[in-house]
Ligand binder design. Structure first.
Ligand SMILES: NC(=O)c1ccc[n+]([C@@H]2O[C@H](COP(=O)([O-])OP(=O)(O)OC[C@H]3O[C@@H](n4cnc5c(N)ncnc54)[C@H](OP(=O)(O)O)[C@@H]3O)[C@@H](O)[C@H]2O)c1
Length: 336
């Protein structure tokens, strides 16, 4: 396999983490980076040893030495740059959520299909062995028939640290930023429990605390999923809660206190799931991740490039997740 030549589109917090991952990957090499200013691009290039620094995203897409782009702008810019990347013939790993709305996600998928490029939403938690083990346990019937899911991803960004998160023009709000993991995980559980390829809720309700601009500071949601599974979701950027996953079945429950999307799960290491059968004591299940999550993600893209989609997260699944997010935001009155 030849090395996949990566170009980074934006130089923010997560772009720096992904850059470090690509540098340690087996099948990837960082060839270019772009920022909205040449100075910022050069500074990032120096920090990570990237050969080409571009002062505009357009220049990155015109760079013949770039095979794949990693889009790490605020959500509201994902659709435009993903479509333009596809038109430029670049493979795409785009940060979550793929877009702001499901209609935009469909346009991005359509562009990837027409221009025959790889496309994946960067839900790296899907690639973590902890998530795989959770799915296997559910599929094996370890907790009987799944009845309910309870999932929380919620943090307090602090008053001075929330520009992207609070701005409606940038796709602000907890639902789009971290609630997308909750809907994704709840749907994944329903898929594992029922054998459905793409699980989508029949009912979506919710409530949120909204800013004056109609952005959800924190939100709760309820989904009715295939198999009659009910999921309760909690997310936010202005409310520190304990992140967790709990899956309840007719014969027991599974508990993950440090889900694979948390910062602690990014480096290699051992994570823990708790399996309780009936009324017994929880059984501790340890799962080892032998490599960092962003290294794994970069290599996953390289390995599945020819398939154009990831087997762990298909285009149909991404669009279904975006539809669920549309409905959750509508239910809480997002936008005022
Ligand atoms: N997978 C994960 O674990 C994870 C974690 C955090 C964030 N994310 C996702 O990654 C994306 C970026 O998040 P982040 O935390 O890295 O954000 P950030 O630190 O604020 O960086 C955003 C970058 O986007 C670029 N940008 C382009 N247009 C912009 C605009 N109008 N306003 C502000 N920035 C603009 C800027 O780069 P230049 O100045 O370099 O052009 C900036 O550095 C989001 O979609 C988020 O959901 C994913």
């Amino acid at each position: 396999m030849t090395n996949l030549r990566w170009g980074l589109l934006a130089t923010g917090t997560i772009a720096a983490e992904f850059a470090a991952g690509v540098r340690q990957s087996r099948h990837g090499v960082l060839t270019a980076v772009a920022a909205r200013s040449s100075e910022r691009a050069r500074e990032f290039a120096t920090r990570f040893g990237v050969p080409n620094a571009h002062g505009s995203y357009e220049d990155l897409l015109a760079d013949p030495e770039v095979d794949a782009v990693y889009i790490a702008t605020p959500h509201a810019l994902h659709a435009e740059w993903a479509v333009r990347a596809a038109e430029a013939g670049k493979h795409i790993l785009c940060e979550k959520p793929l877009t702001v709305t499901a209609a935009e996600a469909e346009r991005v998928v359509d562009a990837a299909r027409r221009h025959d490029v790889f496309l994946m939403e960067a839900f790296m938690y899907r690639l973590h062995p902890q998530t795989r083990r959770l799915v296997e346990l559910i599929e094996s019937g370890a907790i009987g028939e799944v009845r309910a899911v309870d999932v929380t991803f919620s943090f307090d960004s602090g008053a001075n640290d929330a520009a992207r998160l609070a701005d409606p023009a940038l796709g602000g709000g907890g639902i789009l930023d971290v609630g997308c993991y909750c809907t994704s995980l709840a749907r994944l559980v329903a898929q594992a429990a029922t054998g459905t390829a793409v699980a989508e809720p029949s009912d979506v309700t919710g409530m949120a605390r909204l800013t004056g601009d109609g952005v959800d500071e924190f939100a709760m949601g309820l989904l009715r999923l295939p198999g009659g599974i009910i999921a309760q979701l909690s997310c936010g950027y202005r409310l520190a809660q304990d992140d967790h996953i709990r899956v309840y079945g007719t014969a027991g429950q599974l508990h993950v206190s440090t889900p694979a999307w948390t910062h602690e799960m990014r480096p290699p290491g051992v994570s823990t799931l708790f399996l309780t059968r009936g009324t017994g004591e929880p059984e501790v299940i340890e799962v080892e991740a032998t490599e960092g999550l962003f290294i794994r993600e970069a290599d996953h893209v390289a390995r599945h490039l020819a398939d154009r989609q990831s087997p762990e997260l298909t285009w149909a699944e991404t669009v279904a997740n975006m539809r669920t997010l549309d409905r959750w935001r509508a239910a809480v009155g997002y936008g005022g």
